[in-house]
Design a protein. Structure first.
Length: 373
């Protein structure tokens, strides 16, 4: 079986690490039913700190193709990706195309494949924020509706697909990022002290923040409120550590926004470093879906800088609070977050075996298709 896997942004590289590791394990166990994986990197994230370092650190096989698409408007970027991915798919002629998450790379990979009659499998299917102003919502909707295998992380995701009339080919496998957090947390123990010393911080003595979603960065009012909230929190509550996304840097300059000295701004960090920073934070503020879940799994209170979230289970459990982008509400939610440490998160994202299940289902589906032919 030949599989083309499409990645383009750092969360997809992390998810692909778990699946690629499962494929390697499967191939060693069943060499007669090997899965040949061809990784295609669209180049959506092209900065070294946002992309290449993740392949090296997480032992993901080097991409067979790096399309180098780079940044651009949604239409420009997606169009370039579709054209270049189609060229690869025609050349490689895979049995299936595997896409991850909800980025423009996800949309482009799914559309390029289905247009030339290559089956699509979607990892992290069924997520919904029910906010169609978010480009990610459109990407995941389209990807789900053109996929014939849908790998859902939660029962909520399965239910969302059922409401849209999608029930065939749906598999609740758990979350591949939970696989990753279990696997890599063990590896961070040896580097934890070194990282904290280098950054001159002590465990549980800081808040960790991330801001990158376009709904926040591209809106001057929202981004200004977030910056002001972080400045006040850092000045009155606790120092804030902020690995800053390149997009946020660009728009901060555009809007003339600056951080107070007690907000420690730094370049994006590697995945293992981020796990260390999350695990040792007193509280996390973020607009990242992945970071919301990691906070939940690491039992660190989380304040989400969005009006809604796809990961509703983290909110319903009481571990995550939606603050939106209002300065006063963000500050209030941070203070409420202090009182959440007695809540014990339950494992609602599988048992850490999602990637192996994905691998087995892909192989079984291929065998069944071959029998029919």
């Amino acid at each position: 079986m030949k599989l083309v896997s499409i990645v383009g942004a750092r969360p997809q590289i992390i998810k692909a690490a778990a699946v690629s590791r499962a494929i390697t394990k499967h191939n060693k166990k069943c060499p007669d039913r090997a899965i040949i994986e061809v990784i295609v990197h669209t180049g959506q994230h092209y900065d070294e700190n946002m992309s290449q370092v993740f392949f090296k650190e997480l032992d993901v096989p080097e991409p067979a193709y790096n399309l180098g698409v780079g940044s651009g408007s949604h239409g420009e970027q997606t169009g370039k990706m579709i054209q270049k991915i189609e060229d690869v798919l025609i050349k490689e002629n895979p049995d299936r195309c595997l896409v991850y998450g909800d980025t423009n790379s996800t949309l482009a990979g799914a559309l390029a494949a289905v247009k030339i009659h290559i089956s699509v499998a979607h990892v992290e299917a069924g997520l919904r924020s029910f906010n169609r102003k978010m480009p990610e919502e459109i990407n995941r909707l389209v990807a789900d509706h053109v996929s014939d295998i849908l790998f859902c992380p939660t029962q909520t995701a399965v239910d969302n697909l059922a409401k849209e009339g999608i029930s065939e080919g749906v598999h609740q496998v758990g979350d591949v990022m939970y696989d990753c957090i279990l696997f890599y947390t063990k590896k961070t123990k040896s580097i934890e002290r070194k990282i904290l010393k280098r950054l001159d911080i002590r465990s549980k003595s800081y808040y960790l923040a991330t801001v990158h979603r376009s709904e926040n960065t591209d809106d001057g009012t929202r981004l200004s409120h977030i910056f002001k909230a972080l400045n006040e929190i850092a000045s009155t509550e606790c120092p804030v550590l902020l690995p800053l996304h390149p997009r946020t840097v660009k728009y901060a300059h555009k809007y003339g926004l600056e951080f107070a000295n007690c907000v420690k701004v730094m370049p994006p960090v590697s995945y293992l470093e981020m796990v260390v920073l999350e695990n040792n934070a007193h509280l996390i503020l973020t607009d990242s879906g992945g970071v919301q879940k990691e906070a939940y799994w690491l039992s660190v209170p989380c304040v989400t800088l969005r009006d809604e979230t796809e990961w509703i289970e983290t909110v319903e459990s009481g571990w995550n609070i939606l603050a939106g982008a209002d300065k006063h509400r963000i500050i209030d939610c941070v203070r409420r977050g202090h009182r959440q440490r007695d809540i014990n998160p339950e494992s609602i994202y599988g048992n850490g075996n999602a990637a192996n299940q994905i691998c087995n289902i892909l192989q079984r589906s291929h065998a069944e298709a071959a029998t029919i032919r």
